[in-house]
Design a binder for this molecule. Structure first.
Ligand code: UDX
Length: 477
């Protein structure tokens, strides 16, 4: 099939490259000349595992091209896909100006008939608005408009695209539905379920999926706080509830709060849609607030772990992106964490395997380290903010030995608490019992062989209920 994908951002590039991979003839359009020049020069402007190679192979095979302007849409074009960004507007809703600009361009460039498919995440009713806009400009045009939302996770977008849980096609127009069914046939033939709905149901499905996942994460984060207070391990609880098939094990990893380009934006846009319709999605509204507060609370958690006063001290932040395997810094919990630490007077040193360039745009007054070990050297605390594989493989004993004060805060529960304690680290994680850490530290004090500098191992912390205090300021700072 011959497909035009408008927008060479995350969704457009992954979709364009994958449709080409499925054997289609794809032209990707973006009005940003630098982006098109980079793509034509063989560079991939975003970090996504496997994408650069997929683009290169399909360009070489002549199935994928990048251009600056929407080409003439002759009758040989099977469909035009809108995949431009829908960033948050000031109202909290989605800014649809790019989507409507593309719709206008389609109206101007279409010959006799056109199938328009919206892949951008757009609020309920946007397909109707696109249809009205194009039809008003071109009453002569034989027009079909469909919704086909994406459910791609950054970092595993190619697998999510080529082996999705489902494909959702939202249209009651037979021509659009047939075109989309043909487009996805290689996937549906391989057993991927295809769900055909109305356009508006498809639009809402995308937001509802993301909002539900955001609620699930927010829920387990609150349960993690409860576990800390009650001396239970949230990882046991998450598994205990996740094995119930009605709940499912995914998205029950407690952490510093969700971030990224989708959950924060989409939950807020969904809540805005509800308000526009004269109602309120109270659960979603509350999850947004709880998650936002949590990201900042992580800064205070680190300050507590350091004994309450971080003025003039150095905190090493390992991992900056909102999750591993992406260079995306948007709404990353690390940003809130770092701002709290800086406001409290800490000096922050950071390292991320892929996010350093983007992070430089978001962060001021931090020092950028060469690698994980360089980041922690001489620091008064290390914080794991993003669970990159590279960071999970760091040698904990070496970290303990090179920190000035061996305090480690694992905001992603990436490390085994016993391994952290055995390495000589005063560690804390999210939602697991401090009691076990106290026990491991007591074992250390009782003379277990230490791999880290014995002189640096702090005096025992006092347990206050289930919270640790670190009464070692005088000796260790
Ligand atoms: C999300 C959706 O998963 C995807 O389907 C949609 O189309 C786009 O938005 P993405 O933002 O790439 O994808 O990342 P995702 O893997 O969903 O993680 C989002 C955030 O939630 C990250 O900050 C991640 O660290 C956090 N998260 C995820 C948790 O804190 N705990 C979990 O168990 C899962």
């Amino acid at each position: 099939m011959r497909i035009i994908v408008v927008g060479c951002g995350y969704v457009g590039l992954v979709s364009g490259a994958c449709f080409a991979e499925l054997g289609n003839d794809v032209v990707c359009v973006d009005t940003n000349p630098a982006r098109i020049a980079a793509l034509n020069g063989g560079d991939c402007p975003i970090y996504e595992p496997g994408l650069e190679r997929l683009i290169a192979c399909n360009r070489q095979a002549g199935r994928l091209a990048f251009v600056e302007a929407l080409p003439f849409l002759g009758n040989d074009v099977d469909l035009v896909m809108i995949a431009v960004g829908t960033p948050p507007a000031r109202t909290g809703g989605a800014d649809l100006s790019s989507v409507f600009a593309v719709a206008e361009a389609i109206a101007a460039r279409a010959h006799e008939r056109v199938v328009v498919v919206t892949k951008s995440t757009v609020p309920a009713g946007t397909g109707d608005a696109i249809e009205r806009l194009i039809a008003a400009a071109r009453p002569d045009l034989d027009l079909s408009v469909a919704s086909n939302p994406e459910f791609l996770r950054e970092g595993s977008a190619l697998a999510d695209f080529l082996r999705p849980d489902r494909v959702v096609i939202g249209t009651q127009d037979a021509r659009a539905r047939n075109a989309l069914m043909r487009l996805y046939r290689p996937l549906t033939d391989a057993g991927v379920p295809l769900l055909s709905t109305t356009r508006t149901a498809a639009e809402i499905t995308k937001y509802a999926a993301n909002a539900f996942l955001a609620l699930k994460i927010t829920f387990i984060n609150e349960i993690a706080d409860l576990c800390e207070a009650a001396a239970a391990d949230v990882r046991d609880v998450a598994r205990g509830i996740g094995l119930d098939r009605r709940i499912g094990e995914d998205f029950l990893r407690a952490g510093p709060g969700y971030g990224g380009s989708c959950f924060p934006k989409d939950t807020s846009a969904l809540a805005a849609t509800a308000r526009e319709l004269g109602m309120s999605l109270r659960l979603v509204e509350e999850a947004i607030l709880v998650n936002e507060e949590r990201k900042y609370a992580m800064g205070h958690r680190v300050i507590d772990a350091m004994g309450g006063d971080v003025g003039g001290k150095t905190v090493a932040v390992l991992g900056l992106t909102f999750k591993p395997d992406t260079d995306d810094m948007r709404d990353s919990p690390a940003l809130a964490l770092i701002s709290v630490l800086q406001q409290a007077g800490a000096f922050v040193r950071v390292y991320d395997p892929q996010g350093m360039d983007n992070a430089a745009e978001f962060l001021a007054g931090v020092a950028f380290a060469r690698d994980g070990y360089d980041c922690v050297a001489g620091a008064h605390c290390a914080v794991l903010a993003t669970e990159w594989a590279e960071l999970r493989q760091l040698d904990l004993s070496r970290i303990a030995a090179s920190l000035a004060v061996p305090v480690f805060v694992d905001l992603r529960n990436a490390f085994d608490p016993a391994a952290l304690a055995d390495a000589g680290l005063m560690a804390s994680g999210i939602g697991y019992p401090m009691a076990s850490l106290i026990a491991s530290r007591k074992r250390l004090e009782l003379g277990r062989p230490r791999k880290a500098r014995p002189a640096q191992v702090p005096a025992p912390a006092e347990a206050d209920g289930n919270r640790l205090r670190h009464p070692h300021h005088a000796t260790l700072q």
